[in-house]
Design a protein around this ligand. Structure first.
Ligand SMILES: Cc1ncc(COP(=O)(O)O)c(C=O)c1O
Length: 386
């Protein structure tokens, strides 16, 4: 069986987890702080707060930014549902901006058009959440320029792109956003089992993220509203928060994994270049990656040109799965899920995202994937071409 993605656990990772299990703290201990510092150091951001998933990190990021009931939030349909759900958890209204079919990322042209209309209608978004699809960064600097003109906040959903760069700057440095969010789910570039993180350069957001992550509580005397009450046992709840904390067991794994992140990104780029070369004679499109970008290649997505295939899109999935190659689809557009249809979203509204979903295949890509397995996957694909 060849999955579409898989974690890589080194012996050193296991040793680090064992150390925590034998220590005084298995949660909220020193490893969580060390992992936060390591993420900030790696991404060149000032602050980091780790959580139990990127889904959780996205929710506290929206709340830290001050998203309120009926605020407008825009994101792309070509993402995992958590990218949009976080806005709804704050009572905000969600809408989408279509993607550029070649990059899979937000279309700047369509964003500009939609902003002009929203300005006239007084429906400008308070927040835009971008996604660096498959690990290849968006044109974040252009979105940042638009945010100054139209006065919206930006969250980068970097769940696919830890270790990626644009113009040689690290993704997650928040140079063009308020908060960046990472995922450490096992198919991602590094894993903590489940896990996520927010990075930011804004101390106010950082303090609020910390509190929201831990039931809205602060134990920091300098943040207390009732300073006169402070004593050894004293703490204050200042927001309605959650227990989204990461444990020290997970953080120890993350801390060990992050040491291999650059190597992992290099390996994924090597495997992606093998795919690109071997697929070059087949009727498929590969993702356009700007020369400004270093992709982290979280996933390897191609788009078939249907008229050159003997099987339709669905049959291709069945064919590969019957051969134990577990190809996947990234993504069924968010607005077409039953939950979002109930909110009023319809087919034929974000046509590039819908076209992408009708033709995209996610081929296996993970650290230990071998060249002979890539050869086999490409051979299977060529067998079903006309
Ligand atoms: C773009 C994107 N955002 C958010 C998430 C949610 O991540 P998590 O599984 O860590 O909650 C994912 C997970 O696959 C994702 O791909």
């Amino acid at each position: 069986m060849i999955p579409y993605g898989k974690h890589k656990i080194h012996k050193s990772d296991i040793l680090e987890i064992k150390k925590v299990l034998n220590s005084d703290f298995i949660t909220q201990g020193p490893k969580t702080k060390d992992f936060q510092n390591a993420i900030s150091k790696f991404s060149n951001s000032k602050y980091c707060v780790v959580s139990n998933s990127a889904s959780s990190s996205l929710i506290i990021a929206c709340k830290a930014i001050g998203l309120n009931k009926n605020d407008n939030v825009w994101t792309v349909p070509n993402s995992y549902v958590a990218t949009a759900n976080c806005a709804l958890h704050c009572g905000a209204k969600i809408d989408f901006v279509d993607i550029d079919i070649n990059t899979g990322n937000i279309s700047i042209e369509k964003l500009e058009q939609k902003l002009k209309i929203a300005l006239k209608n007084n429906t400008l978004p308070k927040l835009i959440i971008t996604v660096h699809f498959a690990g290849s960064p968006t044109d974040q600097e252009l979105i940042f320029d638009l945010s100054k003109k139209y006065k919206f906040k930006i969250i980068e959903d970097c769940s696919h792109s830890f270790g990626a760069k644009r113009n040689n700057f690290k993704i997650g440095d928040c140079r063009f956003s308020d908060i960046s969010v990472f995922s450490f789910h096992p198919v991602k570039m590094i894993t903590t089992g489940e896990g996520g993180a927010c990075t930011t350069n804004n101390i106010k957001y950082y303090n609020k993220l910390n509190m929201l992550n831990s039931n809205g509580i602060t134990k920091n005397i300098k943040d207390f509203k009732y300073k006169a009450n402070s004593s050894k046992f004293y703490y204050e709840q200042q927001y309605l928060g959650f227990n989204f904390r990461m444990s020290d067991i997970q953080a120890a794994l993350g801390l060990s994994q992050i040491k291999n992140l650059s190597k992992t990104v290099k390996k994924r780029n090597h495997l992606a270049s093998l795919y690109k070369e071997k697929l070059s004679s087949l009727p498929v499109n590969t993702q356009y990656i700007s020369k400004k970008n270093l992709s982290s290649y979280h996933i390897y997505v191609i788009r078939i040109i249907p008229k050159f295939f003997k099987l339709n899109h669905k049959e291709i999935f069945n064919y590969f799965h019957s051969k134990n190659i577990l190809i996947n689809l990234h993504y069924l557009p968010i607005h077409l899920h039953p939950f979002y249809r109930k909110l009023g979203f319809k087919r034929n509204t974000f046509v590039n995202s819908e076209m992408h979903a009708k033709t995209a295949l996610t081929l296996p890509l993970f650290y230990d994937l071998e060249e002979k397995q890539i050869n086999y996957i490409v051979k299977l694909l060529s067998n079903i071409c006309k």
